[in-house]
Design a protein around this ligand. Structure first.
Ligand code: VAH
Length: 308
């Protein structure tokens, strides 16, 4: 199975690489960044810009992947600092990927969507099909990406599939998201002994351990198309408050200093998202089930960060 990962150097792509290799995939990676040190043996890496259609077209033509994982995007917080750049990267990038998949008969495109497609005032847990009125350019581009991919599936037969990721937490380098506070509590809490959280203690959004998120994408990719009733799925796991995350860190990192000082801009982004998602469709169509609750995530994360 030849797999092309677009955005392979990001928070998700970095952890997805070893997982796909372990499943026997031949990987080709593409990112705006150069290949990282310690890139796994046998993994090809191309540096380039997802908005450069000729570059993406040439790469897809050379690699002829069976599956494309399209992870390249500017996330919510970074995107709000430069909405025009976020539009170009996220929208033109996704259009380029879908056009290349159509022209080169790539059998499957996996799309990283997000709970950021939801706007304020929705019921919680929020189901898959609700009015999508996001408050960020990131969310707008992901709604459009979902719709564009679904159109390419129906009109051209591109096997387009995706999950709406909650905030993903791992022992890695976050990518400019609004949910990164939870990751920093662990990483900075252990490495620096302190962290000032940029949202208030009662802030609550859907969160997920990276291992669950990656498994969700791979399981959806491998599910029979006949079992799927939609292209894009909500997936859920846990919804701890920021204070509950802090307590989980304090219980495992004696003496850590965790404080809260809300940044109005990122607080407003976070407050526009629902507290929880309804992932009934994913559970019934392709057997989705999260495995990591807050305690299991915290235990695994602390161990991994201490080993970094
Ligand atoms: C962000 N981590 O904060 C991403 C995520 C749920 C939001 O897509 O932008």
């Amino acid at each position: 199975m030849k797999i092309l990962i677009l955005g392979a150097g990001g928070q998700v792509g970095t952890d997805l690489r070893p997982l796909l290799l372990a499943r026997g995939a031949t990987l080709h990676c593409f990112d705006i960044k150069d290949a990282p040190a310690g890139l796994q043996d046998g993994v090809a890496w191309s540096q380039g810009d997802i908005t450069d259609k000729a570059a993406v077209e040439g790469l897809v033509g050379d690699v002829q992947p069976d599956v494309i994982y399209h992870l390249a995007a500017m996330l919510s917080a970074t995107g709000e600092l430069n909405p025009q750049a976020a539009y170009r990267v996220n929208m033109e990038g996704t259009y380029n990927v879908l056009e290349c998949a159509r022209e080169r008969n790539v059998s499957q495109v996996m799309f990283a969507s997000t709970i950021a497609v939801f706007g304020p005032g929705l019921e919680s847990p929020v189901p898959d099909d609700v009015p999508l009125l996001p408050a960020t350019m990131y969310g707008v581009t992901k709604v459009a990406g979902e719709l564009l991919g679904t159109y390419y599936h129906r009109k051209y037969g591109v096997d387009f599939r995706g999950v709406r990721f909650p905030g993903l937490i791992n022992a890695g380098i976050p990518g400019g998201g609004t949910t990164d506070y939870a990751l920093y509590m662990f990483v900075d809490g252990i490495q620096k002994g302190a962290y000032e959280c940029f949202v208030g203690p009662e802030s609550t959004v859907p969160m997920m351990y990276m291992a669950d998120g990656l498994r969700a994408m791979v399981e959806l990719s491998e599910a029979p198309r006949s079992s799927l009733t939609r292209c894009i799925y909500n997936i859920g796991a846990v919804s701890p408050t920021a204070a509950e995350f802090a307590d989980a860190v304090r219980a495992r990192v004696p003496g850590v200093k965790l404080t809260f000082k809300a940044d109005p801009k990122r607080q407003a982004i976070l407050d526009s998202w629902p507290a929880a998602v309804d992932d009934t469709c994913a559970r019934s169509d392709w057997g989705w089930k999260h495995q990591f609750d807050l305690d299991a995530m915290s235990d695994d994360l602390v161990e991994k960060i201490r080993a970094m």
